[in-house]
Design a protein around this ligand. Structure first.
Ligand code: NAD
Length: 495
């Protein structure tokens, strides 16, 4: 079943050409059944240097950065058009490599298309300012591209998360070296393959190399010719990246882990809050940075809400992402599966009550993949690892709370600060709680952003900087002040 996919082989894309490496190969396998999906290059550190050199040469030549905004916008629109045209084919490969349901893959691709479209417009709104000093004393504040950027992407949403970086980088006039996660090398290189055909995109603007985080990602981060690294991944790797980037004080953008709270007050609209709570943790088998992995339910409605929650959870259809009835696929790899099972054991050892799921699925077709049951822990204490650490799997911790103050205190009891959801019908309560919670994004009576116009990013150890929105564009620009005196006589500046 579902094995008709033709396995494609990809090499690195450097300086506008496909470039072989002697480092070996990476096999992309379907986490639902172990079948071979793609073969990509296992790069060597020399390949990284070559890619950076091409990106540097192209940036310094001005072939991209000095193009007019309208020309950069045209290329960005071209990328968006390609994604829309190729959505169906790309979605299949995305599902085969990540295991996520096909509709979610399509949604991710449409999100990426929308992001490139947004940055096509944004490219034409990069404007500086001229503060008024006097007729002969002119200051120009201008925004210039940062330069060569390393874009390091995780596997959970490989194309939309790449678009959050590539869109603004290209709009700003930067050149890039893309490094996807090992598991999603094939889909990323297939996407790059489509981009390589875009007319008017100079060779060397987009370079892409595949290989593991160590040593390939780290080689990119350490390169003295890279001016900026934009990274999405775990907080642990983010910290290492920050340290490595210190060597030449390169700019860093870090989009890291999360442990977001989904807070349901007793005056919430349950018909919306309940399915959203289920979806926000079990979508993508819990492998979303913004998953609502801590569900906080007001005590007065706790029993009723949790009964409904568990009934809905029991109905989730688990299976191969290509099967149209599938709502939740496998986790991405065996090591991820074992990591999540390790957390489930730790939750039980620490005394949390397992009230749903908790096991790997092994019957029939499931035996060939990395399928887990949607898992719920109740009776969780704040100090437990399952409450404090990002599991990145279909595991939910549920805690009851008394009142607003209690909800805010539990929600903030974490080193993460990425996102969160609040469900209530009281506007004054919503405002108090939204302002009390320390996260970069807070969704009220909804889950997920309405579009790429708004920024996303973390407070605390969830990251540094913002992606999407105009804020995301500014991260790829640096600001220069040019001060001109328009007379030929020297005038001492007195301040
Ligand atoms: P990861 O940190 O293991 O890897 C992310 C990327 O970094 C991969 O491309 C990997 O090859 C590379 N990498 C790993 N070690 C490296 C090193 N030493 N130097 C340079 N590069 C290195 O994360 P993952 O397991 O691929 O992804 C899951 C994590 O991503 C979760 O923690 C999740 O919360 C986070 N995430 C965050 C966001 C966000 O927007 N904040 C979005 C999606 C995922």
């Amino acid at each position: 079943m579902h094995s008709s996919h033709e396995t494609k082989t990809y090499s690195n894309f450097i300086g506008g050409k496909w470039s072989e490496t002697s480092g070996g190969i990476i096999e992309g396998r379907n986490p639902a059944n172990g079948e071979l999906v793609s073969i990509s290059a296992r790069s060597r550190p020399e390949d990284v240097s070559q890619a950076v050199e091409e990106a540097r040469k192209t940036f310094d030549s001005g072939a991209w950065s000095s193009k007019r905004p309208a020309e950069r916008a045209k290329i960005l629109r071209g990328i968006s058009d390609i994604i829309r045209r190729e959505t169906d084919a790309l979605a299949v490969l995305l599902t085969l490599e990540t295991g996520k349901p096909l509709d979610d893959s399509k949604g991710e691709l449409l999100n990426a298309a929308n992001v490139f479209e947004f940055y096509a417009s944004a490219a034409r709104h990069i404007v500086g300012r001229i503060p008024r000093y006097g007729a002969s004393d002119v200051s120009l504040v201008v925004h210039e591209p940062v330069g060569v950027c390393g874009l390091i992407v995780p596997w959970n949403s490989p194309i939309s998360l790449l678009s959050w970086k590539l869109g603004p980088a290209l709009a700003a006039g930067c050149t890039v070296v893309v490094k996807p996660a090992v598991y999603t090398s094939g889909i990323t290189m297939e996407f790059v393959n489509l981009l390589s055909a875009i007319e008017g995109l100079p060779p060397g603007v987009i370079n892409a190399i595949t290989g593991p985080g160590e040593p390939i990602g780290s080689e990119l981060v350490k390169s003295p010719d890279v001016d900026k690294v934009s990274f999405t991944g775990s907080t642990e790797t983010g910290k290492k990246i920050m340290e490595m980037a210190a060597s030449n004080l390169k700019k860093v953008n870090l989009e890291c882990g999360g442990k977001s709270a989904d807070i349901v007050f007793d005056d919430a609209n349950m018909a919306s809050a309940l399915p959203s709570a289920v979806w926000s943790i079990f979508r993508s088998a819990g492998q979303s940075c913004n998953a609502g992995s801590r569900l906080l339910v007001q005590k007065s409605i706790y029993d009723k809400f949790m009964q409904g929650f568990k009934e809905a959870t029991a109905k989730i259809r688990i299976g191969n992402g290509l099967d149209p009835s599938t709502e939740m696929g496998p986790v991405v790899s065996e090591s991820q599966l074992n990591r999540v099972l390790g957390y489930i054991r730790s939750g039980q050892d620490e005394g949390a009550r397992l009230t749903a799921g908790g096991r790997r699925l092994v019957d029939g077709d499931y035996s060939r993949g990395f399928f887990l049951q949607p898992t719920v822990f109740e009776g969780v204490k704040r100090e437990m690892a399952v409450f404090q650490e990002e599991i990145f799997g279909p595991v939910l911790c549920v805690l009851p709370f008394e009142d607003e103050e209690d909800a805010i205190s539990i929600a903030n009891d974490t080193r993460f600060g990425l996102a969160g959801d609040v469900w209530s019908s009281s506007l004054t309560r919503i405002m108090r709680v939204s302002q009390g919670i320390r996260t970069g994004t807070l969704w009220v009576n909804r889950h997920l952003n309405p579009g790429p116009e708004v920024p996303f990013g973390g407070y605390k150890q969830s990251g540094l900087g913002r992606e999407t929105g105009m804020e995301g564009l500014m991260e790829f620009l640096q600001t220069k002040h040019i001060s001109l005196q328009l007379t030929d006589s020297f005038e001492r500046v007195r301040r």
